[in-house]
Write a protein that binds this ligand. Structure first.
Ligand SMILES: Cc1ncc(COP(=O)(O)O)c(C=O)c1O
Length: 473
């Protein structure tokens, strides 16, 4: 691990002053083992210890725990010295994971003979830095309340700056139990029963589910296909507005279909929100999973003029496969909106889960960045293999993904009913894939296939689908 990693300039600074770990430990009043674990990035010090360390080293705290973008560690240290092996088949059956252990009751596809390609998590281990951080928590073995999230916030800010060129203020970050939870909290904070909430459909299904469960109204604005990819039709949406819509929930990048919205599209949407006096909730959970040549633009960079009506939702969970730790962020620049959201969190008694904070802090690091670079390359090849196999089947079309690992396949060209193509995939190919109808209007002829799996699984899926539709060949 590089001495230049954030939270880990300690070793270099200590060595430059000729201090041993024991010297520093006694100056700060902690054990030598603590110094060692902080230097190896497996332990996040509290702000108090961080301040004492900085004082003992005669420098400012952000010289030790920097927020500056830094060079990635050398290859040998990229994944804690362990090879990154996305080809490894990891048997998740019987581990209480929804993807494999719920496929039989939901899709009638047995995990013994079938492939789970639905729920949006990946069949990969996270980076070694995350494993180390969680292992350190287990080794310590006391699972009490988490007390100081300064390093966590700093890690988020570092990541957003280093990967997306956006520097949020650490004080603007709230932590929730994931982003569906965040959407629910936003609805409670800024809408009332009966209010309209605009979605560009087809879109991530939990948005509509949460809106309806809260007694609000889903206003579906259908995406249109132009040149084989989705675009927002704001002229049509304009005509749908009645004055009773309070909020737009944007999915950026878009799930399903994988669009990476352009700066102009984001600016046009921002202007639409302003014209109709609506809040914009920008769910950017897929922001790191862009395909080569694509650049995700965070909403505050595309449209800084709407800071007073913008709520950003981000998370490390899709990027690093940490969904089960249920940790998401709501980032709000506007002080008034921030106070209102804080009031909701207070009223609900929400505080974060410590495992999520430890995992995310370790993931948002130079080691994590190297891992994500490798993941993006791997997913791009999965996409290529899958699309080539799908396009060899007459009548099937996989939308060209600009981001995400969620292939969106249109069966309309087969002329089959939804029941027939779904049966061929589930009972014929023995694949559990999300039904397009769950994503709202426009999804009827589609199934969504999760490509976040070892290449051999993708190749197997392609072979199964080609057999299930071989009479069309
Ligand atoms: C756009 C979008 N938002 C949110 C989520 C889920 O977020 P969480 O697991 O943090 O509740 C998903 C999962 O697929 C998603 O695609």
């Amino acid at each position: 691990m590089g001495d230049d990693a954030p939270f880990n300039r300690l070793r270099a600074l200590r060595a430059a002053r000729g201090l041993t770990q024991a010297d520093l430990a006694s100056a700060v009043g902690v054990s030598r083992k603590t110094i060692n674990t902080v230097e190896n990035r497996v332990f996040i010090p509290s702000t108090l210890v961080a301040l004492k360390l900085a004082r003992a080293l005669g420098c400012r705290v952000n010289e030790v725990f920097t927020l500056d973008p830094v060079d990635p560690p050398p290859d040998s240290a990229a994944n804690g010295g362990k090879p990154m092996n996305f080809d490894q088949i990891i048997d998740r059956r019987g581990t209480h994971c929804s993807k494999w252990d719920m496929m039989a009751p939901i899709y009638g596809v047995s995990p013994d003979t079938g492939l789970a390609m639905w729920v949006a998590d990946m069949d990969f281990h996270p980076p070694q830095a995350v494993q180390n951080a969680l292992q350190a928590v287990l080794d310590h073995g006391v699972y009490g309340y988490f007390g100081d999230d300064a390093a966590y916030r700093a890690a988020i800010c570092w990541w957003m700056q280093a990967r997306h060129g956006w520097q949020p203020d650490p004080d603007h970050i709230f932590t929730t139990h994931g982003l569906v939870n965040a959407v629910g909290l936003c609805l409670q904070t800024w809408t009332a029963p009966g209010d309209g909430v605009v979605l560009f459909t087809p879109v991530y299904h939990a948005f509509a589910r949460t809106i309806r469960a809260a007694g609000r109204r889903v206003v579906e604005c259908p995406l249109v296909q132009q040149g084989g990819r989705y675009e927002m039709d704001l002229a049509a949406a304009e005509a749908q507005m009645t004055g009773a819509e309070r909020m737009v929930i944007l999915c950026s990048p878009h799930n399903p279909g994988g669009r990476v919205w352009s700066a102009q599209e984001l600016r046009d949407l921002a202007a639409f929100c302003t014209r109709h006096d609506m809040l914009l909730i920008s769910d950017e959970i897929h922001h790191d999973l862009t395909m080569p040549g694509q650049t995700h633009i965070p909403m505050p960079l595309a449209a800084p003029e709407i800071a007073d009506r913008l709520v950003m939702l981000t998370a490390a969970s899709k990027t690093f496969n940490l969904a089960g730790t249920h940790c998401g962020n709501v980032i709000i620049a506007d002080a008034g909106l921030r106070a209102q959201f804080a009031a909701t969190l207070g009223a609900m008694g929400i505080s974060p889960n410590s495992f999520g904070l430890h995992a995310v802090t370790a993931a948002y690091s130079p080691e994590g960045a190297v891992w994500v670079d490798a993941l993006q390359t791997y997913l791009d090849e999965n996409r290529r293999v899958f699309d080539a196999g799908i396009h060899a089947i007459p009548g099937l079309r996989s939308m060209e993904l600009e981001s995400t690992y969620l292939a969106w396949v249109d069966f309309a060209g087969t002329g089959m009913t939804r029941e027939e193509f779904t049966a061929r995939v589930e009972q014929g190919a023995q694949i559990a894939a999300n039904h397009g109808t769950t994503f709202g209007a426009g999804g009827e002829s589609f199934l969504r296939f999760n490509l976040g799996a070892p290449r051999a699984v993708i190749e197997d899926a392609v072979a199964r689908l080609q057999r299930a539709f071989e009479d069309l060949q």
